[in-house]
Design a protein around this ligand. Structure first.
Ligand code: ATP
Length: 359
């Protein structure tokens, strides 16, 4: 069984000042699942991955692979294949030797090694490169070799630590699709750390959003996007980021806090007190909508992305510019007035602690 269970996992880095990098993480990963860890720099993603691999001691809690507690197993005993951002290939060895290395160490039969290396090289379409040295390969080819080296050993679990961050944008897309295809074929439990939201959204069966050593939310990509559990997840996932407007809630009547134009509008929430309304840039409308909150703004910046245009709008209703994403090309005049509409059905509402309120 290659399911993984974290039970109250803690990591304290000992030093002059102890640093509590991972705090009470509970998480279940099913056999064959592709799980992506995301979160800001320093949130503990790599520490969690390294604890699974056995490269980092676990300070507290229990880690299970299937029913087996693995806290005290060596990295070798855990049956993990790991792929790093830096590829970590041996420069003096050929692609073939790099891929065969793990099996050679395990003293596998020469014929078995040869069969495995060629089989995996064919899957990854690097069979024509087997005699080359790493320096004679492109970045994408090197990463394929690194992945191949992990696959030949048939690990129970694959760990990927930002494997695509050194590649250019086009190659990242290609490799992302290839890793997903590979997972569909091999169905090996995989844990993938990334900064890239598109990778998280497109590759994951399950996303784990982390902040300051704690899990903020676990869910499918669409659950995370459509029903973020708190303002942290709402602000972290989605690009451009969700807009936030401070409001006062009186049952389902919401009144924006700031601004001269104090209109009350109805949204499908039951809450009393201060709250934060969240609306994604792609859900703000430029044409009047029934029951929508109308916001008067001035156009501050226009960004053309080709398939969409981003409008940054100044308004006294919120501190940061309101960002609106519009399909296609638009060229409104900077400094001109624009009224935009926030449909209640698209609103998220968060209480004073930042926790999402149910509709
Ligand atoms: P990034 O996305 O920047 O790689 P991350 O989420 O992977 O970040 P970690 O590398 O897991 O973060 O680090 C989590 C926290 O633990 C950070 O604040 C980091 O400074 C700290 N940390 C990591 N390794 C050590 C160490 N060996 N000693 C002390 N603190 C450490």
């Amino acid at each position: 069984m290659s399911s993984i269970e974290f039970v109250k996992i803690d990591k304290v880095y000992k030093g002059l000042a102890n640093f509590h990098a991972v705090k009470g993480v509970d998480l279940s990963i099913r056999d064959g699942e592709f799980v992506v860890f995301v979160g800001p720099s320093g949130c503990g993603k790599s520490t969690l991955l390294r604890m699974i691999a056995g490269l980092e001691d676990i300070s507290g809690g229990d880690l299970y692979f299937g029913a087996k507690r693995v806290n005290d197993l060596t990295p070798k005993e855990r049956g993990i294949g790991m792929v790093f951002q830096s590829y970590a290939l041996y420069p003096h060895m050929s692609v073939y030797e790099n891929m065969a290395f793990g099996l050679t160490l395990e003293k596998a039969e020469k014929q078995t090694i040869d069969q495995k290396v060629r089989e995996v090289a064919a899957i990854l379409q690097i069979d024509h490169l087997l005699e080359r040295k790493p320096k004679e390969l492109s970045g994408g080819q090197r990463q394929r070799v690194a992945i191949g080296r992990a696959i030949v050993r048939q690990p129970n679990v694959f760990l990927f630590d930002e494997p695509l961050s050194n590649l250019d944008a086009a190659l990242r897309v290609q490799m992302r699709i290839e890793i997903s295809k590979l997972h569909q074929k091999l169905k090996t439990t995989s844990i993938y750390v990334t900064h890239d939201q598109v990778e998280a959204m497109t590759m994951a069966d399950k996303i784990v959003v982390l902040n300051q050593g704690r899990i903020m939310q676990v869910g499918t990509p669409l659950e995370i996007y459509n029903t973020p559990a708190n303002t942290f997840v709402a602000g972290f996932m989605g690009s451009p980021t969700m807009n936030f407007i401070k409001v006062h809630a009186d049952d389902n009547h919401l009144t924006p806090f700031n601004g001269t134009d104090r209109q009350v509008f109805e949204a499908p929430f039951q809450h009393r007190g201060d709250a934060t309304l969240g609306i994604r840039p792609e859900h703000i409308e430029l044409t009047p909508q029934p029951g929508a909150l109308a916001i008067n703004t001035e156009i501050a910046v226009v960004e053309h992305l080709g398939n969409e245009t981003l409008l940054y709008l100044s308004t006294d209703q919120c501190e940061l510019p309101l960002v609106v994403s519009v399909q296609g090309e638009q060229s409104p005049e900077i400094g001109s007035s624009l009224t935009v509409y926030v449909p209640p059905s698209r609103c998220h509402l968060f209480d004073a602690n930042g926790d999402a309120l149910e509709r």
